[in-house]
Design a protein around this ligand. Structure first.
Ligand SMILES: [Fe+2]
Length: 459
């Protein structure tokens, strides 16, 4: 028996088509079920179902929805249940649904016309596994969690070590060559414990710690974004503030651990974290922005990181067709309507944060809203005058550009960050009107600085 990625419970054609398009885009194995009963009778065909999308958009009473959620939950107790309810239901009604066992509740209009389902499904299904480096395993140590290898042929995860396994020399030799290995997301606390247990002084331990902090920032950011997408009042403001503070804490710790490294750039660019898409790139952009801000003594590094993390949250409000082009890096293929929508995303981002009452400083708000503005007023969304431009926002935009050049899709070869930095520095200085002269003066020195004197090797 195998694990099914996605079960779709609906007999509505439009609903099914939307789920199918997402499943095909992300290459999920999926199956349709006509209703909750059908699902309950047939879910036993699988060892597990990672995620279930339950269509309750026709139901008007919260108790009826809650009943269907409970049936689905009985059929697949371990699954993540994304429940889609009628757009007429109130947040209080959505709360009842949530407490009946739904993992997340969204409205029908959001399901059909926003990009929230893309984000939720890709995160829930794909980040069931999180990447680690084989290099971070210590020879002779015993692991308390299973380890997986991603097969490039069929993009399935193969278990290669069980809990209790003692990491052997041959194992390490074989997989260090491969680079990325994977853990179940639920084993992250065990991985944190393992990394802390095997920490020591020295460059390898610093690298390991930095990668762990990056992983933690990524996970806490994803949790925050999932909460932002939740429409039920059960997802409270207090919870939002709490997750925001966790993110801030990990951002600060990542900054600290990057400061211990000669070449923090490579750690971030070599990570497979966030390889699956758009909003998911934010932690990498934030990390690059943190490094540049620290090294160029520009702005407040932690605030810049938070601004970078949140400035693309508005992608969730974009229509599915616009997001698909963003995910495929095809910004030049937008039609007029998609372009207009895309150019509003900094406004959507700020609105998402404000509607969740995240405690943002004025500087962070400015970084978010100005994250695509240019000196020549050809940016967006407000075409801010050059003397009103925030340097920290410019920095975030530069790092977004850097990350666009670094992105790899599954199975592709990683690019060399040193080359990317050099090309970025050339294009930033030749594109007059993009950044201010003073800004470039400070930044180019850092981008062109030779890194890594040879005693730290990052694979
Ligand atoms: Fe953006």
């Amino acid at each position: 028996m195998r694990v099914l990625d996605l079960g779709v419970i609906s007999n509505n054609e439009r609903f099914r088509r939307r789920a199918e398009l997402i499943a095909r885009f992300f290459e999920f194995e999926f199956r349709f079920f006509n209703n909750d009963e059908d699902f309950f009778s047939n879910s036993g065909d699988y060892k597990g179902i990672s995620c279930v999308v339950l269509d309750c958009s026709e139901l008007t009473k919260p108790n009826e929805v809650a009943g269907q959620v409970q049936v689905a939950k009985q059929g697949a107790p371990e699954s993540y249940i994304l429940t889609v309810v009628s757009s007429k239901l109130s947040p209080e009604d959505a709360r009842i649904v949530r407490t009946s066992g739904a993992s997340l509740v969204i409205m029908e209009n959001e399901y059909l016309s926003s990009s929230k389902p893309e984000f939720i499904l890709s995160q829930v299904i794909r980040s069931t596994y999180i990447p680690i480096k084989a290099l971070d395993l210590v020879e002779g140590s015993e692991i308390a969690f299973p380890i997986f290898h991603l097969l490039s042929v069929n993009k399935r995860f193969l278990k290669i070590a069980k809990p209790g396994y003692k990491v052997g020399h041959d194992f390490l030799e074989k997989y260090i060559e491969v680079g990325d290995l994977y853990l179940k997301r639920s084993d992250l606390p065990a991985w944190v414990q393992y990394t802390n247990l095997h920490s020591s002084e020295g460059p390898e331990s610093h690298l390991r710690k930095c990668r762990l902090r990056f992983l933690q920032l990524n996970q806490s950011f994803l949790n925050l974004v999932l909460l932002i997408t939740d429409q039920s009042s059960a997802a409270s403001f207090a919870q939002g503030r709490e997750l925001f503070e966790v993110c801030e804490g990990f951002a600060a710790e990542l900054l600290e651990s990057m400061a211990d490294l000669k070449d923090p750039w490579s750690v971030i660019s070599n990570s497979a974290i966030g390889d699956f898409g758009s909003v998911e790139r934010a932690p990498a952009i934030a990390a690059y922005a943190g490094i540049l801000s620290t090294q160029a003594h520009m702005g407040n590094p932690k605030e810049i990181m938070i601004g970078a993390l949140l400035s693309d949250v508005g992608f969730l409000d974009l229509s599915p067709s616009t997001t698909e082009k963003v995910r495929q890096n095809r910004l030049n293929d937008f039609n007029a309507e998609e372009k207009m929508e895309y150019q509003k995303h900094p406004i959507f981002s700020l609105n998402q944060c404000l509607s969740r009452k995240l405690p943002l400083s004025e500087d962070i708000k400015e970084i978010i809203i100005q994250s695509h503005e240019r000196m020549d007023q050809k940016g967006f969304p407000h075409r801010v005058r050059s003397d009103k431009l925030n340097e920290s926002a410019m920095l975030v935009r530069l790092c977004w550009d850097l990350d666009m050049r670094c992105q790899v899709r599954m199975g592709e070869k990683r690019v060399d960050i040193k080359e990317v930095k050099q090309k970025l520095s050339e294009s930033a200085s030749s594109d007059t009107g993009n950044y201010s002269f003073i800004f470039l003066n400070k930044i180019l020195k850092i981008l062109n600085k030779p890194e890594n004197n040879g005693d730290v090797i990052v694979v």
